[in-house]
Ligand binder design. Structure first.
Ligand SMILES: CC(C)(COP(=O)(O)OP(=O)(O)OC[C@H]1O[C@@H](n2cnc3c(N)ncnc32)[C@H](O)[C@@H]1OP(=O)(O)O)[C@@H](O)C(=O)NCCC(=O)NCCS
Length: 282
């Protein structure tokens, strides 16, 4: 197995013109339910059914679909309107997903842009959502590509699941995407510019990444927190090791975000992908 250990599923080119627009018919909402079940597993999608999606769509939120020329739903983004602790309106993005066959072709990014345009048109300046910090693709999209930041870590936020999220506690980073600050100029190019807060080695037998040591006392303005290249592979081959990653990164995120550090970037250039954490100036 390669060090990156990432397997790209056989992709089908979406070709032609993909249309991003709101879901319009009950049949399209049913397609969206099916896609959710396919990706997360029927037990893990909870209440994200037609009634909830339709109600959100008609009350300040949205459900955007990415439609192939054939009319097939290739992806979606589902959000509802809410308020932040400052009582200002915000958009809460619940789910975004792209059918595995159509990934890596920019649809996820385009769906997020649709959310952004819709929010700005309503005078909303921030979109929040959560994601599993050990998921590399989500980190690359959310933090690196979109320029969102994260200041909050929630341990086992949604409880335990049996589908895509099975085997690990549902720890999540809470993302804030400040829309008027988009795109954020990327300042970090090499992990070497940041101080690592854990050492990762490749297991000599399996090649899987393992945390050899962690450091909770680093006093530096810029930190680097590596993650595994593929959580799915780690879970499949060595679930105990994946759980060890969860436990130890939970402690590191909890500790450093608790001290005021902010997740500001995500890098894939070094030996291991990972987050850049920055200490705000006093
Ligand atoms: C997350 C998800 C929606 C991304 O959709 P996508 O259409 O494949 O994403 P895009 O092609 O638009 O890629 C956007 C960015 O994501 C990152 N990305 C996408 N595929 C990647 C890969 N294989 N490796 C690393 N980064 C990747 C890149 O930063 C990319 O930007 P770039 O191409 O300019 O480098 C998709 O992977 C998915 O549905 N995952 C399962 C469901 C899920 O986890 N949803 C999010 C939580 S609700």
């Amino acid at each position: 197995m390669s060090k990156t250990g990432f397997r790209t599923p056989s992709a089908v080119s979406i070709g032609g013109t993909t249309t991003i627009r709101r879901l319009e018919s009950i049949d399209e909402y049913r397609q969206c339910e099916k896609l959710q079940e396919q990706i997360w597993g029927p037990a893990d999608i909870g209440g994200n059914r037609v009634v909830a999606m339709l109600t959100a769509q008609e009350n300040g939120g949205h459900v955007f679909g990415a439609f192939a020329e054939s009319g097939e739903l290739a992806g979606f983004a589902y959000s509802f309107a809410g308020y932040g602790p400052d009582r200002r309106p915000r958009l809460c993005s619940i789910m975004i997903a792209v059918d595995e066959r159509f990934r890596g072709q920019g649809l996820g990014y385009r769906l997020k842009q649709a959310q952004r345009h819709d929010s700005l048109a309503k005078g909303i300046e921030v979109i929040t959502w959560t994601f599993d910090p050990l998921q590399r693709v989500n980190a690359a999209l959310n933090i690196r590509r979109l320029g969102a930041i994260a200041r909050t870590y929630r341990a086992n936020l949604y409880g335990n699941f049996t589908g895509l999220n099975s085997g690990l506690d549902t720890d999540r980073l809470v993302v804030e995407w400040w829309l008027r600050r988009h795109p954020r100029p990327s300042r970090w190019h090499a992990p070497s510019l940041a101080t690592p807060i854990c050492q990762v080695i490749a297991d000599p037998r399996s090649g899987l990444p393992r945390i050899a040591s962690t450091d909770h006392d680093v006093d530096s303005d810029t930190l680097f927190l590596p993650i595994p290249p593929s959580l799915a592979e780690l879970k499949r081959v060595d679930l105990a090791l994946a759980q060890d990653w969860r436990a130890r990164t939970r402690e590191l995120f909890g500790d450093y975000l608790g001290r005021g550090y902010v997740v500001v970037d995500f890098l894939t250039a070094g030996s291991w992908p990972g987050y850049v954490l920055r200490r705000p100036p006093c």
